[in-house]
Design a protein around this ligand. Structure first.
Ligand code: ADP
Length: 991
């Protein structure tokens, strides 16, 4: 049957609670109004009546007090005496401003028994004056009634006169015992001012006023009441706005309309009552609301929520449960009922589904009884994997197939783990082990505890994992040993991994690097900004960020380096890999070469074959008349036309480059920007791309204008010179022929002159010697004791000695001259023979003995090495050489030594050494002494002309050089000289 849509149980409960709440509200309101308000109103009316009485009592109390004062004065002996005229000072002593003030009086009247006023006084502004006429008249008029009063009571009350109200009291004046004849009457009156009324109001704490019943403000009902009221009547009470007016009447002593004392009582109780009623209502509402909420919350917590959660749980555990529109009608309980029905249905379906899933799932599944570890369920996949049928497996202990080696070590049953998932071994029916990944979880099924074991064959997986590990290891090895600094950077720019080269480059340790070191710390702030931008670009739009760029790098020690950075994102990750190549040295070299390029004093350029400059240096720009290299590169668009005086020249230059790839000193006439011309010499090479096409020409050029001009001038000069040289050569040739003739003439003259000179010289010398000897023997002794003759004969002998010496010297000179002439002319006859070096040196030494004996302070040493050996040479010339050197040594040595030595040279030659400790030879003379006729003056400046001929050493040099040897001298001025003669090995064999 189709049921109508019902309200939910929760809504029904809320509605019920709301109804109860509304009912309670109405009851509370009724009770509050009916009981509380009415009661309070009655109470207020009574209070108003009481207030009216309290106000009247306040007035009456003042009248009583006034009466007591009058009685005090009226029964006083002095007052009796005053009326009898026996107290002349009575007025001055008693009717004083102080008395008026202290007793709060406004008038005192003494009246004679006949009604005449005996004395009346008032006090105005602190002064006692005659009593107000109106009061005096009232007293006189009232006199007839005074007799009606009893003596000990008097008359007292309240009266109205004109607009004023008065309190008054009147008593008969008697003696102090209240006896005696009547002496008169004493009146005392107090004006009822606003002050007095305020004082009553203050005393009674009431709002009150005094008025006559005929006053226009008095309500009609009150006027009516005043007319009819008797003493003891209840007070008149009237409601006026938020106040209650209450009034009592007082008799008017003047006989006029009765007076009314009116009080005003605020209806505060009523207001409080209303507030209390409202508070009750509010309290009721709140309580009822809380009750409703509490009730609903209670129901919600204890029933509805649980009902809902139950429905939800049932629905959730059977998600496929779908209720149709018809089924969502009814309340929650109806729905729960239907959901549970469906859930049960769903559970049955699920069980079937589970069965099918278990059998079709591509993973092994088995249920093991926890108590005896026997397999109670197994799916088809597991059976296949094991290789047994289900029947053969069920009932077996799980260790028969699972983890056979680990009996007693089950992670869940033996080790106490809640569940386990790990790699294990499965033993197949044929005994082969298989790698599996197995999960074990305890479950409860139909109240019994089982282990649910699921597993998959991971043989292939293991294989793949191993391959992956190997691959990772390979790439890791490549990464770590690539030889280039490489880092892997994480998304947050920290370094994930760095190889050794990077650690070396950055100067950090691996520990520092492993601690999430920020990658950007190695870059200066401006580079860092750029890199962070690239970092984000690379992750958002990988193509937009540059893959490779140059940047500055600051290592841990603060050194600035330049690196070439290549960065790429690792696919399928947010990590990037960066390799760094340190190009600091390259950069510095580039800067150095740039410096050379910029400041080179030669013009350097790179130009295209098409005729544009790619780059030129400042020198070239200046040379070509441009302000800057940039202006030249931009301004020259056709080098051939703009730069070459003859554009065809550039074609020649290009052809040479394309044929030889280089040109050296290619000279061309170039133009400047201002049209002036200059000669340039270019050296260039062609730069080719990978396919061999020429892409540019690199080269330099120098301005050779001056050299060209010089060459031109030189060419002209050379032409002239060649003519002059031809003429001069002819002249020289003629002169040379003449010279040869002259030389021959000189040689033959010298030869014949020497010969001609030698013959007479021999005669001169012979006769001079003879003359000296003869003179010495025969004529000198003849002088006897004759001093003059003796001196003269000695002088003659000395002169003959000089002739002899000079003759010998001349002979030597002629001999030397002839020898030298012969040698130079090539006419010397060299009679070479094998000579024993030691023997020849000893023989020459002996020949010099005479000379040594004349120098006793000079020691002579001879040292010939044992292996000095033989030589082949002309004996006379060798002797001439030795004697020349030895005689010089003796000649220029005064004390010390002269040493002659000889020995073999390492190459087989011979060295002869003549050393002395004489005066030495000045540096500047050391070469010149081997020139003909040169005689040094430096060593012996005291001598005007040195002895000797100046030909000895030149002859020595000729002899030595004849045998291929050399002669040289080492000397220390003042300390001696060493003459070294070295013959080549040929001296031993030459024939
Ligand atoms: P001379 O016949 O004048 O010695 P030489 O040709 O033998 O001519 O020597 C040339 C000059 O060399 C000498 O005048 C002398 O000044 C200098 N001379 C040669 N040998 C020596 C030496 N052993 N000590 C100092 N001076 C020497």
């Amino acid at each position: 049957m189709k049921s109508g849509r019902k309200l939910s149980v929760r809504r029904q409960a809320i509605l019920g609670f709301l109804c109860i709440f509304t009912l309670v509200m109405f009851i509370v309101l009724f009770v509050a109004n009916r009981i509380l308000t009415d009661q309070l109103q009655t109470f207020e009316t009574e209070l108003a009546e009481i207030n009216a009485r309290r106000a009247a009592n306040a007035v009456l109390s003042d009248i009583e007090k006034l009466d007591a004062l009058v009685k005090d004065w009226a029964w006083w002996e002095d007052s009796v005496a005053f009326l009898e005229g026996n107290a002349p000072n009575y007025i001055d002593d008693n009717i004083t401003p102080g008395v008026f003030k202290d007793q709060v009086l406004d008038a005192i009247i003494f009246q004679k028994p006949d009604g005449a006023v005996f004395h009346g006084a008032s006090c105005v502004d602190g002064k006692v004056v005659a009593v107000d006429a109106e009061l005096a008249v009232f007293a006189v008029n009232f006199a007839p009634h005074l007799g009606e009063m009893t003596r000990d009571v008097g008359f007292r009350g309240i009266l109205s006169l004109g607009r004023d109200f008065w309190l008054m009291a009147c008593r008969p004046i008697l003696d102090s015992q209240g006896q005696g004849p009547l002496r008169g009457w004493l009146w005392m009156m107090r004006r009822i001012t606003d002050f007095v009324v305020a004082e009553w109001a203050e005393r009674t704490e009431l709002s009150l006023e005094l008025t006559t019943s005929v006053h226009e403000t008095v309500p009609a009902s009150l006027a009516q009441y005043a007319r009819s009221a008797r003493s003891g009547s209840p007070a008149w009470v009237h409601l006026e706005g938020e106040s209650l007016l209450s009034a009592l009447t007082l008799p008017n002593g003047s006989g006029g309309p009765p007076l009314i004392i009116l009080t005003r009582t605020p209806r505060s109780l009523n207001r409080i009552g209303r507030h209390i009623a409202r508070a009750y209502v509010l309290l009721g509402v709140v309580m009822a609301g809380l009750g409703v909420l509490g009730g609903v919350a209670f129901l919600n917590r204890k029933i509805f929520s649980r009902l809902e959660s139950l429905s939800g749980r049932v629905a959730a555990s059977a998600r496929e449960l779908v209720l149709d529109t018809q089924e969502v009608t009814g309340d929650e309980l109806d729905r729960l009922d239907r959901i549970i029905d469906r859930a049960f249905e769903s559970v049955r379906e699920n069980e079937t589904f589970l069965e099918k899933t278990m059998d079709s799932i591509q993973a092994g599944l088995m249920l093991v009884d926890k108590a005896d570890r026997r397999i109670v369920r197994i799916n088809a996949f597991a059976c296949n994997l094991i290789g047994f049928g289900e029947k053969d497996i069920l009932g077996s202990t799980c260790h028969r197939f699972m983890c056979p080696e680990e009996v007693g070590q089950c992670p869940v049953l033996d080790m106490g783990l809640k569940q386990d998932s790990s790699k294990r071994i499965l033993l197949k029916a044929d005994g082969t082990p298989v790698n599996i990944l197995k999960s074990v979880a305890p479950i409860v099924h139909h109240g019994r505890e089982y282990l649910l074991e699921t597993f998959i064959d991971i043989t292939d997986l293991e294989h793949t994992r191993r391959l992956l590990e190997e691959s990772e290891e390979r790439y890791r090895t490549i990464f770590m040993n690539t030889g280039t600094a490489v880092v892997i950077i994480d998304d947050d720019t920290s370094i994930l991994l760095a190889n050794r080269e990077f650690l070396n480059l950055a100067g950090v340790t691996r520990q520092e690097c492993d601690d999430k070191m920020p990658w950007t710390r190695f870059f200066p702030p401006d580079e860092k900004q750029k890199m962070l931008r690239y970092h984000h670009m690379r992750r958002n739009d990988p193509e937009s960020a540059p893959r490779s760029y140059t940047t500055r790098f600051i290592d841990a020690a603060g050194n600035l380096r330049h690196v070439n950075l290549t960065v790429a994102l690792i696919p399928h990750t947010t990590q990037s890999i960066a390799s760094l190549v340190d190009i600091t040295d390259m950069k510095q070299a580039e800067e150095r070469y740039r410096d050379i390029f910029e400041n080179a004093p030669v013009a350097i350029f790179r130009a295209t074959p098409e005729g544009r400059f790619l780059v030129v240096n400042p020198c070239y720009a200046g040379m070509a008349g441009f302000d800057s290299p940039e202006a030249m590169v931009a301004g020259v668009t056709d080098i051939a036309a703009q730069m070459y005086v003859d554009p065809a020249q550039r074609e020649v230059y290009k052809r040479q480059l394309s044929e030889h790839d280089a040109v050296r000193d290619f000279e061309a006439r170039l133009k400047r920007g201002d049209g002036s011309e200059f000669w340039a010499s270019m050296t260039s090479r062609a730069i080719r791309d990978e396919v061999g096409r020429i892409v540019s020409y690199d080269g330099f050029l120098v301005d050779v204008t001056e050299r060209k001009a010089a060459e031109e001038a030189l060419k002209q000069a050379r032409d002239t010179l060649e003519l002059q040289v031809a003429a001069r050569t002819l002249a020289l040739r003629q002169a040379n022929t003449r010279l040869v003739e002259l030389d021959q003439q000189r040689a033959s003259f010298l030869s014949s002159a020497s010969h001609e000179l030698r013959t007479p010289l021999t005669s001169v010398l012979g006769f001079a010697k003879l003359a000296r000897r003869t003179f010495a023997r025969y004529f000198h002794p003849l002088a006897g004791g004759e001093e003059v003759l003796k001196r003269k004969s000695q002088l003659i002998m000395n002169n003959l000695d000089i002739i002899e010496q000079e003759g010998e010297r001349l002979t030597r000179l002629i001999n030397d001259l002839l020898d030298l002439n012969k040698i130079e002319a090539g006419r010397m006859e060299w009679r070479d023979a094998r000579l024993d070096v030691a023997h020849e040196l000893e023989s020459a030494s002996k020949a010099m003995q005479g000379a040594f004996s004349s120098k006793p302070k000079v020691r002579f040493d001879l040292h010939v090495a044992e292996d000095a050996g033989d030589i082949v040479a002309d004996r006379d010339r060798l002797r001439q050489l030795l004697l020349n050197l030895l005689s010089n040594a003796i000649k220029y040595t005064d004390e010390g030594y002269v040493r002659l030595g000889a020995g073999p040279l390492p190459d087989g030659g011979l060295r002869i050494r003549v050393e002395d400790s004489g005066q030495g030879i000045a540096d500047e003379d050391r070469e010149r002494i081997f020139q003909k006729f040169y005689q040094s003056h430096s060593g012996h400046p005291e001598k005007a002309k040195p002895e000797g001929t100046g030909l000895g050493l030149p002859i020595c040099r000729h002899i030595v050089e004849h045998y291929g040897g050399s002669i040289r001298v080492a000397s220390n001025t003042g300390r001696g000289s060493v003459f070294l003669v070295e013959f080549p090995p040929t001296i031993r064999t030459a024939g």
